[in-house]
Unconditional design. Structure first.
Length: 344
C-alpha cells in the first residue's frame, strides 16, 4: 500500500506469443513462470499443479467447474501465495504476518513451513475449528481476534511480529492468481463468462489481469464478462441486502480495499454482480455435493450465483461459463454436516 492510501499493483509486460512463452515440459506452475514477475531462483519449493476442469451441461449452458480446491493447501489461494512467497524470498524476509478467514492463512503456513518462515496468522475467533487445527498442524503462530473479518485485518496490520503480507493489499498475491486464466485458456479456449465469489476480490481481479494479458499477447479473441457473486450482508459492489449470511465466512468482507478495481473490471467486461442468500448457498452446496464436489460453503457461492442468473434469465443462451470451486470442504466437515442436515 502506498502513501496515497490505495493498494499497489504490479505492472508486468512480456514480449512474444503465449505459445512461445509457456514451458511445455511442465504440467505445474513452472509452465507459466515466464508470464509472471518471478525469478527461478526465488520460487518456493512447492510447485502447485494445473487443476482440472469438469464440464457439465446445466439449464442449457456449458458450465466449466475449475477444481482449485484440489490445490496443495485446499484452496485457490496457493496461486497467490506462490508468487507472494517468491517476493519474500527475494527480499530475505523470514517473519510474516497475515490476516485470514482461514484459507489464506493455511496456504501461507503450508508454503512458509517448507521455507523455514515464521508465519503469524490472525483469524477471527469464530473461524471453523477444522481450519484452526490445520494451522496448528502446520506450525503457524495463531492469534485469535474478537470481532469480524475487518477487525481481524486491522489488528494484523498493527502487528510488529513480522512483515505484513495480507492478500487484500499484496500486489504479488494478485499477480499469482493470473495462472488460473492461463490454465483455463489452454484447457477450454475462450469462455463467455467468469463467475467468482467476491470478498476481497483477489480471485476476480487476478483472473481478470490474466485474461487481459492473454488478450494483449494475441491469444484470447475476446474478454469474458466478469461476474461477481457476494453473500447477503457483505455486498461491497452489489446492492445491499438487509439480511446477513452466516455461511460464506471466506468472503465476509464489507469494505475491500480494491473495491474500485473490482467495479472497474466488471464494468469494462460488461459484467454484473449478484447477491445470494444462505438458502441459495445451501442449495448450491447440496447440488455440488451430488455432483461429487466436496467443497466448503463459500466455494458454493459462485454456483449459487450462476443458478440465480439462470432464474433471472441474465445469461445469454448456451453460454460457456467458468465457475471456480475455490476451497475444500475437508477443512470443515462438522460445519458441512450441520449445514446439509439443515438443508434437509
Amino acid at each position: 500500500m502506498c502513501e496515497c492510501g490505495t493498494p499497489l499493483t504490479v505492472e508486468f509486460h512480456v514480449e512474444g506469443s503465449f505459445e512461445d512463452l509457456i514451458q511445455n515440459n511442465y504440467l505445474d506452475v513452472r509452465r507459466y513462470l515466464r508470464l509472471l514477475p518471478v525469478e527461478d531462483k526465488y520460487t518456493p519449493r512447492i510447485m502447485y499443479p494445473i487443476t482440472p476442469i469438469i464440464e457439465r451441461k446445466i439449464s442449457g449452458h456449458v458450465v466449466l467447474f475449475k477444481l482449485d480446491y484440489l490445490m496443495p493447501s485446499g484452496s485457490f489461494k496457493d496461486r497467490g501465495t506462490f508468487l507472494a512467497l517468491s517476493a519474500l524470498k527475494r527480499e530475505g524476509i523470514r517473519n510474516i504476518v497475515i490476516d485470514s478467514s482461514g484459507n489464506a492463512g493455511i496456504s501461507f503456513a503450508l508454503y512458509g513451513s517448507t521455507e523455514g518462515l515464521e508465519v503469524h496468522v490472525y483469524i477471527p475467533e469464530n473461524t471453523p475449528e477444522g481450519k484452526k487445527s490445520i494451522l496448528k498442524l502446520l506450525g503457524a503462530r495463531i492469534h485469535l481476534v474478537k470481532g469480524d473479518r475487518n477487525e481481524t485485518h486491522r489488528v494484523a496490520r498493527e502487528s510488529s511480529l513480522g512483515v505484513y503480507v495480507g492478500h487484500w493489499y499484496n500486489p504479488f498475491f494478485l499477480e499469482g492468481i493470473k495462472t488460473l486464466s492461463f490454465e483455463v485458456y489452454e484447457q477450454v479456449g475462450d469462455i463467455d463468462s467468469f463467475i467468482a465469489p467476491v470478498g476481497s476480490g483477489t480471485l476476480l481481479l487476478g483472473t481478470y489481469k490474466g485474461f487481459c494479458m492473454l488478450r494483449d499477447l494475441g491469444a484470447l479473441e475476446r474478454m469474458p464478462t466478469m461476474i461477481a457473486v457476494q453473500a447477503h450482508g457483505y455486498e461491497s459492489v452489489c446492492p445491499k441486502s438487509s439480511k446477513m449470511s452466516s455461511l460464506a465466512d471466506g468472503i465476509a468482507i464489507k469494505n475491500p480495499p480494491r473495491r474500485d478495481e473490482i467495479k472497474a473490471a466488471i464494468s469494462r467486461t460488461g459484467g454484473t454482480c449478484v447477491s445470494v442468500s444462505d438458502y441459495d448457498i445451501k442449495s448450491a452446496l447440496a447440488e455440488l455435493m451430488s455432483m461429487g464436489f466436496l467443497v466448503e460453503p463459500t466455494s458454493a457461492v459462485a454456483y449459487a450465483g450462476f443458478k440465480k442468473l439462470v432464474r433471472d434469465e441474465a445469461l445469454e443462451e448456451k453460454s460457456k461459463v467458468l465457475v471456480p470451486l475455490t476451497g475444500s470442504g475437508m477443512k470443515l466437515l462438522d460445519k458441512l454436516i450441520r449445514v446439509l442436515r439443515e438443508k434437509k
